[in-house]
Ligand binder design. Structure first.
Ligand SMILES: [Zn+2]
Length: 369
């Protein structure tokens, strides 16, 4: 990959940051300069360039503006200026989508895996990408985000060894897909991708410190701290599901005892209850199961709060379908137990359900044009 000069790279990073900030909130030039710790002159050079490139436009605040003084001029995203592709892998298939800069879907599709061979499936994905490339101008399409179950090697874009995902083990997905499509590909852990989707398009637009907690067959977490996604060097972090909640507890496939996942993953909490889905528990309003699940999850979430001092917990995955009662119980529990005395919000996911959008969010956060 060609590297620019440091000054060029810095400029590109600053422009990327401007796009990501104005996607989340109202910013005038003065607000952006303050937020990015740049002089107004430097910020103006950047925004003038971006205006010429057609990425942004300026718009006066609406009549409902309630601040003091003159109505500010906001910098807005020109949503149709560029597009990205998102591919989100699940254990049974994958979701693909073509989205504009505002996260609006031009195309969105679900697919089953075509074979038990990773390379065959990558070829099928590349064919879909070729179709999408014909819909928008190629110069407006900077890259592809792919969201997968972790762990993964970020440096090489390789899926490592997620459980129940053997077909994809040690697959250099980024390199292979990129070679077939001729576009850069960025691989990301699905829980991280969902956290970024919440930050751009969902319930955490103004949040700088929050976690996305996905509760399905396993439990995953994506953590945003100081406005940035937390990634470990070796790709093995963010495993909320493997925090132990019982030293003498059930053995876990990871080698630890009493992992949260062994109690609170959906199949575990449903075991022996006669229910086949979390939705069925909610439909039945089975208070004792809902409380038990909330108690397990609270136990893990308190550890997360005590480690990262987060303002919001977003619940995603199957647990977030069909009502927010469990969020209320968890909020009450964790607010009484976490060391922080700031009230922590516990909310249901708004944007993270759609895996293709979550994957596309990664492309939006990574690529510039
Ligand atoms: Zn474990």
């Amino acid at each position: 990959m060609a590297h620019g000069t440091n000054a060029e790279m810095m400029k590109t990073n600053n422009k990327k940051l401007i796009l990501n900030l104005i996607r989340q909130d109202n910013y005038s030039r003065v607000d952006l300069a303050r937020e990015m710790k740049l002089t107004k002159a430097t910020l103006s050079i950047l925004t003038e360039e971006m205006l010429r490139e057609g990425l942004i436009f300026e718009e006066a605040a609406g009549e409902d503006y309630s601040g003091v003084g003159r109505r500010p001029i906001y910098i807005r995203l020109r949503e149709k200026a560029r597009y990205v592709i998102g591919i989100g892998l699940t254990r049974s298939g994958y979701h693909t989508g073509l989205f504009d800069l505002g996260g609006n879907a031009v195309r969105i599709e679900r697919h089953k895996y075509c074979s038990d061979n990773a390379d065959d499936n990558i070829k099928a994905m590349a064919e879909i990408v070729e179709r999408y490339k014909k819909i928008v101008p190629l110069e407006a399409l900077p890259g592809i985000g792919v969201a997968v179950p972790g762990p993964l090697d970020y440096k090489t874009g390789t899926i490592l060894n997620p459980p129940n995902f053997e077909v994809w083990h040690n697959c250099e997905l980024s390199k292979k897909l990129s070679a077939l499509c001729g576009l850069p590909v960025r691989l990301e852990n699905i829980a991280n991708a969902m956290a970024v989707a919440e930050q751009y398009f969902g319930c955490c637009r103004r949040e700088k410190d929050f976690a996305y907690v996905a509760v399905d067959e396993g439990i995953g977490s994506g953590i945003v701290t100081n406005g940035r996604i937390y990634r470990s060097q070796r790709g093995y972090g963010n495993e909320l599901g493997h925090i132990s909640i019982d030293i003498n507890g059930k053995e876990c496939s990871c080698g630890n005892h009493g992992c949260l996942e062994r109690y609170a993953a959906i199949p575990e909490i449903l075991k022996g209850t006669g229910y086949e889905s979390w939705k069925a528990v909610l439909d039945d309003n089975n208070e004792s199961i809902i409380r038990k699940e909330a108690e397990y999850l609270s136990c893990g979430i308190v550890s997360l709060l005590n480690l990262f001092d987060l303002g919001t917990i977003v619940l995603g995955g199957s647990i977030s379908e069909g009502g927010g009662k469990i969020a209320e119980i968890i909020a009450k529990t964790v607010n009484g137990r976490a060391i922080s005395r700031h009230a922590v919000r516990v909310v249901m996911s708004e944007a993270g359900h759609e895996r293709a959008l979550a994957a596309a969010s990664i492309a939006l956060s990574e690529f510039f044009f």
